[in-house]
Structure formats: structure tokens, C-alpha cells
Design a protein around this ligand. Structure first.
Ligand SMILES: O=P(O)(O)OC[C@H]1O[C@](O)(CO)[C@@H](O)[C@@H]1O
Length: 251
């Protein structure tokens, strides 16, 4: 695992965007895996600036997102479809048909999971997957206890996850109880993974990743088995993992 320690959210976002841009310039990304939530927002802003400056282009890139809430139409303002459109896709030069997210509003959700897996297969897999981490160690929406062998599937969201994500919903609007998410095996099939973590709320999950045993009880720990994992984390997110270490610059 390559660990890049940064000072704060802003530096994390710049570092992640620069890494993605470099891979794109070297033509190493034709399929980019994307995440939602607060963590990657700043990275998208940085990537938008690089597109506007003419340094990178998404004209031939396909994107695949990790997850979507069950029961929200694609045009629902709180859906991840809308998050991606408003915060990233509408600002860059990507053709909409090259952007892929699971449809959480499909009539047959099992069929939808299979459809999503077949899209990933047709695209030849994900070259680089951007990931955030949940406070409980979830990746995508794979909650603690999810099998490491899982492919795209339907999950019941933990109360703590729904509570953490309530900030993105209008006041009083319920956070859906389920989501469609790429499975852990699906995520692990990515050629490269870049995990982002910022803030004290992520410190425990990052400490478990760096110091705990690999266990389905903390989904993110599986990432230690990935041959090309880069963790970009700020001081607050790394603080618990570093507590007690003599050389705090070296985890
Ligand atoms: O970045 P946040 O909002 O803290 O969420 C953590 C992770 O949980 C998810 O929201 C679940 O999909 C991810 O998209 C995100 O990376």
C-alpha cells in the first residue's frame, strides 16, 4: 500500500485529482470508477478545473459509479445520479452515455445488479477506482459483514450510515433504507484503487484498515490485499493510526 499523508481536505483533493490526471495523460485510464458523498467532492472540483484548463479530457473515458439508493428515480435531487451530474458530469466534456450508475429505481433490482456487472465486464473492468470510506469501514455501500466475494448487490443500510448521509437530504426527507452497490469483489477487481479519507470521523476506520486484521467486520480492511492501493489521507484521518508511533511520519 502506498500511503500519501496530506495536511487537510484541500490537499487530499488536489493530490487525488493530480494522480487521476497523471494516469489519464499517460492513457492508463479508459474506465474510471467514481464515488459519491462528501469525500470526493473536492477531487471533482479539481478535475473540473483541469478540464477547463485543457489539461485533461474525458471525451473518451467511461465512468462507473459505486452505488445508488434504492427507490430514488435517477432525476431525484438526492440520487447519486443527480449528485454526479450536478457536481461533475455537467461541468466536463464527457458524453452522458459514457457515464454509468446502477439504477436504484429499476423494477427488477436483481436483474439490475446483473446488468451492472455485465456493463463492467463489457468495458473491460475499472482501471482506477476512487473510493471513500464510511465511518464504520464501509466501501461503496458494503456494510460490515458483507462477503468479500460479493458482486453488485442490494444492501440494507446501517442506521449509522443513513444518519451520516442524512446531511445530503432535505430536512425531513428520509434516507432510503437500501442501496445497490458494487460488491467487494467487484471493487477489488479494479486494476488500481485510490482510497481517500479526511477528518477525524474517519480516523477509527483508517486505524482499523492500517492496523487491524483483514476481516469482513470492517470491509475496508480487504483493501490491504489489493496490489495497487494508494491511500491519500489527511492528518486527522490518520491521527488514531499514528497515535503512539515513535516516528509519526512513518506508519
Ligand atoms: O464521503 P462520505 O460522505 O463521508 O461517505 C463515505 C463513503 O460512503 C459512501 O457515501 C457510500 O457510498 C461513499 O460514496 C463515500 O465514499
Amino acid at each position: 500500500m502506498n500511503i500519501i499523508k496530506v495536511t487537510d481536505y484541500q490537499e487530499m483533493s488536489k493530490t487525488a485529482a493530480a494522480l487521476v490526471a497523471e494516469e489519464m495523460m499517460n492513457k492508463k485510464i479508459s474506465v474510471l470508477g467514481l464515488a459519491t458523498g462528501g469525500t470526493p467532492f473536492g477531487t471533482y472540483q479539481q478535475l473540473i478545473e483541469l478540464v477547463k484548463a485543457g489539461e485533461i479530457s474525458f471525451a473518451t473515458t467511461h465512468t462507473v459509479n459505486l452505488d445508488e439508493y434504492v427507490g430514488l428515480a435517477n432525476d431525484h435531487p438526492d440520487s447519486y445520479h443527480q449528485y454526479m451530474y450536478e457536481n461533475f458530469f455537467k461541468h466536463i466534456d464527457i458524453p452522458v452515455e459514457q457515464t454509468h450508475l446502477p439504477n436504484g429505481d429499476a423494477d427488477n433490482l436483481q436483474q439490475e445488479c446483473l446488468r451492472y456487472e455485465s456493463i463492467l465486464e463489457e468495458l473491460g473492468g475499472v482501471d482506477l477506482q476512487l473510493l471513500g470510506i464510511g465511518e464504520n469501514g464501509h466501501i461503496g455501500f458494503n456494510e460490515p459483514g458483507t462477503s468479500f466475494d460479493s458482486k453488485t448487490h442490494i444492501v440494507d443500510l446501517e442506521d449509522s450510515t443513513r444518519k451520516a448521509n442524512a446531511r445530503f437530504f432535505d430536512k425531513g426527507e428520509p434516507v432510503p433504507a437500501q442501496a445497490v452497490t458494487m460488491g467487494i469483489q467487484t471493487i477489488m477487481n479494479s486494476k488500481k484503487i485510490v482510497l481517500l479519507a479526511s477528518g477525524i470521523k474517519k480516523a477509527e476506520a483508517i486505524a482499523r484498515l492500517l492496523q487491524g486484521e483483514v476481516s469482513e467486520a470492517c470491509p475496508a480492511t480487504v483493501l490491504k490485499r489489493h496490489p495497487h492501493l494508494t491511500l491519500i489521507a489527511d492528518e486527522a484521518a490518520l491521527s488514531l493510526a499514528m497515535a503512539g508511533k515513535a516516528d509519526k511520519g512513518n506508519i
